[in-house]
Ligand binder design. Structure first.
Ligand SMILES: [Zn+2]
Length: 415
C-alpha cells in the first residue's frame, strides 16, 4: 500500500471506530456515557479487538479486563505499549480516552507491518466518577488496588467494583496482589495519545503537542478567613475586620504573583473554585464575619508548588495582621507532579510539524505508568469544546498528526 492511500485508510478506520464508540456510549440524557467495567466499555474493547484481529493482530485480555493487541509472534516478549482508555465520565464526550486507544491500534498496526515489537492497549476505568478514584484499570494491572476498593459501589447501579470486574470476565483478586500482571510487567515504555482537555492548542493553532509532565497540586479544600461581623452602614473603614476584602486582597496578590511567574516561564495555574460568606447569615447590609474559600494550585514543577506554599503562609499572615482578620487555610492536600520521560517527550516534540511541548493539567494513565517506574510519553491532540462534556470535538486530521508524531518518536527512540 502506498503512503497516501495508507494514511487515508488509517483515517477511515479511526473515523469508523470512533463513530462506533459514540453509538455504544450514546446516553439518552445527552452526551456519551461509558461507565468503567460496563457493557458499553467492553463493547468498545470488542470493536477494537475485531478491527485488530481482521488486520492480523493477536487479541488478549489480562486478568482485570484490559485489552492487549499484539503482532502475531510477539508472544510474551517485553515491548512498548501504546494506548489509553475507553470509559468516559457520565454524559461526557466521545474523544477523551477513545482517541488514544484508536491511535494505539493505528500505531500497533504500523509497528506490525514494520516488524517493530509493540502492543496496543485499551485500559479499563480511567475516569474517577464511577468508583471515586482514577486509573483503576492501570492500577489493577499493577496489582495495586486496595482490597477495600473492591467493595466500592459503582455510581449509577451500585454494583461493587469486584462484581463489575468479574462480570467483565476478570478476576478481582488479581487486582490487589501487590504484584503486576505479566501483561503490564512486560511493558518497556508506555505511549499515549490523548485529547488536550484545555484550550491551549486551539488558542495556538497547533494540531498536537508533546507532554512534559502531569501537574501536581497543592489544594486547600476548606480555607477560612475570620473577621468581625457588623452593620454595613455604620462601621468606619479603620475599625472594620472584613474577611471579604481580606480574601479579595489575598487572591489578587496570588494572581499578581501568578502573572509574574508566568512571565518568568514557570508552570502554574491557580483557582479559588469555592468562595462564600456565611450562607445562613449573609445579607447585602452585613459585613461578613467569615469567608470560606478553596484554593487549587497546580504546577509541573515541585519547586513552584513549594514556593507557593510559603507565599500563602506569608501573605495570609501579613494581610491578616494589617486587616485585623485571621486566615485558617485548613487541611492541605498535596500531589507531586509526575515527570514524563524527557527523551521520549523530546522525540515527540521534534516529530511535530510545529514543535511545541506543554504540561498536562489533568491526570492520565501515562502518569500512573511513570509513577510505577515505566518510562511514559504523551502527545496531546487539539480539541474544541472543552472536555468531560458532550461538546468535545477533535478532527481526525489532528489525531493523525498525533499518530505520525508517536510513530516517528517510537522509531527514533527505539520505542
Ligand atoms: Zn482521559
Amino acid at each position: 500500500m502506498n503512503a497516501i492511500s495508507g494514511l487515508h485508510e488509517e483515517a477511515l478506520l479511526a473515523e469508523r471506530l470512533l463513530a462506533r464508540f459514540a453509538e455504544l456510549g450514546a446516553d439518552p440524557k445527552g452526551g456519551i456515557t461509558r461507565p468503567a467495567w460496563s457493557e458499553a466499555e467492553t463493547a468498545c474493547h470488542d470493536a477494537l479487538a475485531e478491527a485488530a484481529a481482521a488486520r492480523g493482530l493477536a487479541v488478549h485480555r489480562d486478568a482485570v479486563g484490559n485489552l492487549w493487541l499484539a503482532p502475531e509472534g510477539l508472544g510474551d516478549r517485553p515491548a512498548p505499549a501504546c494506548g489509553s482508555h475507553c470509559d468516559s465520565v457520565p454524559q461526557g464526550g466521545n474523544y477523551d480516552g477513545a482517541a488514544g486507544v484508536v491511535a494505539g491500534l493505528l500505531v500497533a498496526l504500523r509497528a506490525a507491518r514494520a516488524g517493530i515489537a509493540l502492543r496496543a492497549v485499551a485500559l479499563r476505568a480511567e475516569e474517577s466518577p464511577w468508583f471515586g478514584a482514577p486509573y483503576l484499570g492501570t492500577r489493577a494491572a499493577f496489582g495495586l488496588l486496595d482490597p477495600a476498593e473492591l467493595a466500592q459501589p459503582r455510581r449509577g447501579d451500585g454494583l461493587p467494583l469486584a462484581a463489575c470486574i468479574a462480570r467483565a470476565g476478570g478476576d478481582p483478586a488479581a487486582a490487589c496482589t501487590g504484584r503486576p500482571l505479566p501483561e503490564i510487567a512486560r511493558v518497556t515504555a508506555f505511549w499515549e495519545a490523548h485529547i488536550e482537555q484545555g484550550p491551549v492548542l486551539l488558542d495556538r493553532g497547533l494540531p498536537a503537542a508533546a507532554v512534559t509532565a502531569v501537574r501536581g497540586h497543592l489544594r486547600h479544600p476548606a480555607a477560612r478567613c475570620l473577621g468581625e461581623a457588623g452593620h454595613s452602614g455604620v462601621v468606619p473603614r479603620h475599625l472594620r475586620r472584613d474577611p471579604a476584602l481580606a480574601v479579595a486582597e489575598f487572591l489578587m496578590d496570588l494572581d499578581t504573583l501568578w502573572a509574574r511567574q508566568e512571565q518568568e516561564g514557570a508552570d502554574l495555574v491557580l483557582t479559588a473554585g469555592m468562595l462564600s460568606t456565611e450562607p445562613d447569615a449573609a445579607t447585602p447590609t452585613r459585613i461578613p464575619g467569615e469567608v470560606a474559600f478553596s484554593l487549587d494550585i497546580r504546577s509541573a514543577d515541585p519547586a513552584v508548588l513549594g514556593g507557593m506554599e510559603r507565599v500563602l503562609a506569608e501573605r495570609a499572615a501579613e494581610i491578616g495582621r494589617r486587616r485585623g482578620v485571621s486566615f485558617a487555610l485548613g487541611r492541605a492536600v498535596r500531589a507531586a507532579p509526575v515527570a514524563l520521560d524527557p527523551r521520549r517527550a523530546a522525540a515527540i516534540e521534534a516529530a511535530l510539524p510545529r514543535p511545541f511541548a506543554m504540561a498536562s493539567g489533568a491526570g492520565h494513565d501515562a502518569a500512573e505508568f511513570a509513577r510505577n517506574g515505566v518510562p511514559a510519553a504523551m502527545v496531546f491532540l487539539r480539541n474544541a469544546g472543552g472536555s468531560h462534556n458532550p461538546a468535545e470535538a477533535m478532527d481526525i486530521a489532528d489525531l493523525m498528526a498525533g499518530v505520525e508524531a508517536l510513530w516517528a518518536a517510537i522509531r527514533a527512540t527505539g520505542g
